[in-house]
Ligand binder design. Sequence first.
Ligand code: PLP
Length: 472
Amino acid sequence: MDSEVARRLRELPSVEALLSSERLRVLRDHYRPEYLSRLARSALQRARAAVRTGSEAPSLEALSEWVLQALAQEAEPLRRVINCTGTVTHTNLGRALLPEAARRALLQAASSYVALEYDLERGERGHRDRVVEPLLCRLTGAEAATVVNNNAAAVWLALHVLARGREVVVSRGELIEIGGSFRLPEVMAAAGVSLREVGTTNRTHPRDYEAAIGENTGLLLKVHPSNYTIEGFTRSVELEELVAIGRRHGVPVMEDLGSGALVDLSRWGLPREPVVGERIAAGADLVTFSGDKLLGGPQAGIIVGKREAIEAIRRHPMMRTFRADKLTYAALSAVLRLYETEPNLRTVLPMLQRMTWTPEALQERCQLWAATWRPRLEPGILVAVEPCSAQIGSGAQPTARLSSWAITLRSQTVGPDRLAAWLRDAPTPVVGRIEGERLWLDLRTVADAELPELDRAITFLGERHREVSSGR
Ligand SMILES: *Cc1c(COP(=O)(O)O)cnc(C)c1O
């Protein structure tokens, strides 16, 4: 080893000396010694690596700062991020933002005993579905309802309970795969049902279902194509037709709706998504959908439909492994109550607010912020305001786009991936989208309260860019 490098390495303090430094000493009153030692060791490791690649040894002051930064980051294991992707319901960013009423209900359930499985009138044990079932029945017209951890669990459980050891008939055009390894044929195999595919990719007729029904048919399944559309020469069998076929042969019909809106979104000028109540009215025996997609509630799988089928699901021994906790019931019931009582849903549901921003308002917002960012970023980074298309996300209307506006950033010296990485490294990480050599920041998914933080992240980006561009 070069003697200069060796000298610099020797200059670095010990773990003990670093933790006794002016700024870090006080931490000892608040954190376990083993924890602080780990932070100090990793700061020193980073310093040694830097020295070996030719840097000066960082000062005690700088090392202390690294420890404090690591502490601040680790204090929030689930990091809050600013979503500038333009995808309103982003599965990787945690899906729905809950309305105020649900946040309050969560806090109360978290900090108090609640009548979750307790019937207060009779003073005896009750079922936890009592909390949401009446609401779900009124909102969808179904006879009964139950809740599990997510829609994937709802689909598995419903298939398993209704048709284990039997055939489930599905159109070839509906054998979906959604992100994160949910592939319908595999879910069906795991649920112990046999898949009976009918029709072709683009066309399935009522007669295809009729021909497939036999002694061992347990269920006719319809699946909402959440993340693709089939266009051109197509034919699919409407739910009403499928229900008529099922009735004729005495076979139940289930629909996996995926997103599952409780109200018609076209009321707000949004693309039309199937509404759960309409599917129940069309005669489906069971409908499954997510609590945290279009509904805008907590992660949950909701199963509504015929009482007998719901009760069979509820009684099944595996039900317990999919059971949702009190926090889910608290948040979900608060959101459902808003659907029942609130005359102006758009003002209370954060997701609906984000879906319904007008392009004009977004354009104005982008222009305003672009003007304040320009002096900090130009000439190194070009700032523009450009139209773009946002999406609802998580399998609602995959091809429909919401027209939106974004601020785009293009550096003269580094690629957009580099700009994106710096924004992710900002004190509040910002997630954008890269397209056509620019970084796109869509403001549709940003709350007013987040704008000052986004602004600080931009300052941070500008500083990083100048450091690199000036060759440091
Ligand atoms: C999203 C989706 C699922 C899975 O729902 P999760 O809530 O993610 O578990 C199942 N089926 C369809 C059609 C979907 O769109």
